[in-house]
Design a protein around this ligand. Sequence first.
Ligand code: TPP
Ligand code: SF4
Length: 284
Amino acid sequence: MLKGTSACAGCSSSLSLRYVLKGAGPDTVLVIPASCSSVIQGIYPNTALNIPVYNIAFAAAAACASGMSNAFRAVGKKTNVIVYAGDGGTLDIGIQSMSGAFERGTDFLYICYDNEEYGNTGMQRSGSTPLGARTTTTPAGKTDEKKDIDAIITAHDPPYLATACSAYPQDLFKKVKKALAIRGPAFIHILVPCPSGWRFPPEKTIEIGRLAVKSGMWILYEREYGRLAISSPSKAAMKNPIPLENYLAPQGRFAGISPKALDILKQRITQKIQRLTEEEKGIC
Ligand SMILES: Cc1ncc(C[n+]2csc(CCOP(=O)(O)OP(=O)(O)O)c2C)c(N)n1
Ligand code: SF4
């Protein structure tokens, strides 16, 4: 990824893409559906990426990657095929082709970078927007909860699934390497704080990501061949999470969140910590 992209200042989805490409190396092709990333990649000849990129319609990203991967494997090439899609493109609009590609066992890596909104078109709500967050289409705060895409992908039983966050680059880098070393479909879900949509100052982009993990609002883990391992930054955080308010308060999108929504968010954190802890110990 070259210098000088058209991302907003403090954009952690472009930061994450940089880490992903460092992990993947040069023998890589990217498939990018409509999103902030398709703007960040740039318009030829002013592209910000120096590897091949296939820019594709929302609904077709995983289908396109599937065909590419099969074509590469048919001629004996191990070229990494990576979809880099937003949460709108993954949880909402691209879910059917993604499900098909996971069902068929496509040898590829699907990355959902999650800024919890439709960023490119002006911060509309997506299925991934958390309860209580204000977006341009939920000006009084979202009344539905965040869709659990990790559970949906887990139901496809892929050999590898991980969560990551742009504020923990080494963890992300290692997970990309591991995902690409495994044959078959892999999924990485990266939380990418978005200063423009979440309404916090750009210089706080790393701090906000760390607060997400330290509060338990975002939990880092990986599931390899069905076996769950909680990643070390979250292991420490889950024993003694910081108050959720510390994560929400610096973000304008949560201004005036209702006590009821706050209470539900806290309950979900407690439930998720318990569920993942038990799964790791093999209790459930
Ligand atoms: C079928 C279709 N519907 C709508 C659009 C308009 N559109 C372009 S990018 C975008 C938002 C994508 O959101 P997300 O996938 O979350 O990525 P982000 O922009 O946040 O990076 C939308 C709605 C489109 N290009 N194609
Ligand atoms: S809207 Fe958010 S995700 Fe999109 S380029 Fe700007 S900071 Fe990055």
